[in-house]
Write a protein that binds this ligand. Sequence first.
Ligand SMILES: Cc1ncc(COP(=O)(O)O)c(C=O)c1O
Length: 302
Amino acid sequence: MTQNLVYLNGEYVPANEARISIFDGAISLGMTVTESTRTFGHKPYRLRDHINRLFQSLKAARFEAGVTADKLERLTLEVWEKNQPGYDTGTDAWIIHNITPGQWVPSSGQRPAESQPTVMIVTLPLDLSYWADFYQTGCHAVTPFTRIQPAQSLDARIKNRSRFTYTLAESEVKLFDPMAQSLLLDTDGFLSENKGGNFFLVSNNRIRTPSTINCLDGISRQTIFQLAEQLNLPVEECQLLPYDVTTADEAFFTSTPYCIMPATKFNGTVIGNGEVGPVTKNLLAAWSELVGIDIIKQAQAP
Ligand SMILES: Cc1ncc(COP(=O)(O)O)c(C=O)c1O
């Protein structure tokens, strides 16, 4: 691969030479707003939607990127243009944005006046092999004891890098089944989301998903709404309980890299008939058609 360049505060730097300060708010406060976009056939997918969500996260987090959304979009396309020649045609990319408030030493709680935001744009090859088998077998969704932080503490719509809660939840379910995927509940016991994905149920050809009261407003989630409309499938955002998963016909997660990850088992109980269901398959096929890439084949390519 040709040299991987990252954008860091106005400069293009080889990825292995990019450095940030140990006094950066990312480290001293765990305060990083983030986005992950992917390409399909080397074309960034819904990049502007990701950038718009990033700016909403920043507004809610009360710090700025120091560049406009238009400029950030241009810079992102520039980074990708520089790195794209190193990607073979079958390999797509993650495009990652990390923005921090810059230097912010926690001692006084004051952000130094001279502090400038830290802006990083990184591309990485998208390795889909971890999810490849789940398109056929479905995954095992498990509810951990760890609950998602309530929106009163940290609104899940702020896409941020403070992944302690999600990581604890994920490692907890893997104690029961090494391939389990966490499905976090909120503090009232309602379904929320996974460490990196939204969750959907299908019952009698009706799709249901938690509302964004307790989960990220995923861009892939929005794509499901779009495809469901195309396929004439009603979608409802509502409060859901573990009972609803146990009794559903089908279930799946959605996220930028894998798009749809079917779930065929929940806390040890088979969902529906234990196979990836027709609605999930139709949504996957419609998504592949939308982006001009066979999503399953790409993930399963050797
Ligand atoms: C906590 C969380 N929920 C949901 C998602 C799915 O969002 P998207 O579809 O925009 O990738 C992500 C993506 O990283 C996430 O981190």
